[in-house]
Design a binder for this molecule. Structure first.
Ligand SMILES: O=P(O)(O)OC[C@H]1O[C@H](OP(=O)(O)OP(=O)(O)O)[C@H](O)[C@@H]1O
Ligand code: HPA
Length: 183
């Protein structure tokens, strides 16, 4: 398990976004091509790694949480909602400031309510800026984040609580180096 993911990371290209060495990978970018065997490898590992007991909703963030949220939802029959980069002004919408290693923006959380037990998944954690902003926003609704898992962990940031990641990597100008994996 995770052999396909690890191999694909070791060959992925790097581009500079200012000071930030950005790796380009099918799971985090949708390019190069998302091969079904890679998606299957990731989906099965997420399903196995996450504790989904009594979880009633999956939360993912736009854009690149969406394909992994879709496959996990199909596998588990648990519905998911997407934290969007677009405002809806629905009642209860939570507005979140997001800062990553290369961008700043605003996210909008909907469809999460008091009493929900949430599994949060995302393609990558890097500086941790996104999840550090998202966690209190989800919890402000009265929902509990029961488990969280990232497909790729670069940087292993402290987010104030435990989290899971399928693979841990280091990125430099020469490429991606896989340091550790969950399975
Ligand atoms: O740990 P951080 O430094 O916050 O980085 C992680 C975030 O960066 C990416 O999202 P991005 O906002 O680039 O959007 P995308 O999914 O559309 O690529 C990724 O999907 C995470 O949500
Ligand atoms: O280096 C990266 N590559 C792809 N997605 C990302 N999201 C945060 N950092 C990265």
């Amino acid at each position: 398990m995770l052999e396909v993911l690890k191999r694909s990371l070791e060959i992925c290209p790097i581009v500079q976004r200012g000071e930030y060495s950005y790796f380009i990978h099918p799971i985090t970018d949708g390019v190069p091509l998302v091969e079904p065997n890679l998606l299957r490898d990731v989906a099965c590992a997420l399903f196995k790694a996450l504790d989904l007991k009594d979880v009633n909703k999956i939360v993912v963030s736009e854009a690149m949480g969406i394909h992994i949220g879709t496959v996990l939802s199909l596998m588990t029959d648990i519905p998911y909602t997407i934290v969007r980069k677009r405002e809806y002004k629905l009642p209860g919408e939570v507005i979140i400031g997001q800062t990553t290693g290369y961008s700043k923006g605003t996210l909008y959380l909907n469809s999460v309510y008091e009493g929900d037990r949430i599994a949060f998944i995302d393609d990558v954690i890097s500086t941790g800026g996104t999840i550090r902003a998202l966690l209190p926003a989800i919890e402000s609704t009265g929902a509990e984040v029961a488990d969280l898992c990232f497909v790729i962990n670069r940087g292993n940031p402290d987010i104030g609580r435990a989290y899971k990641s399928l693979v841990t990597i280091d990125v430099d100008k020469d490429g991606v180096h896989v340091l550790d994996s969950y399975f």
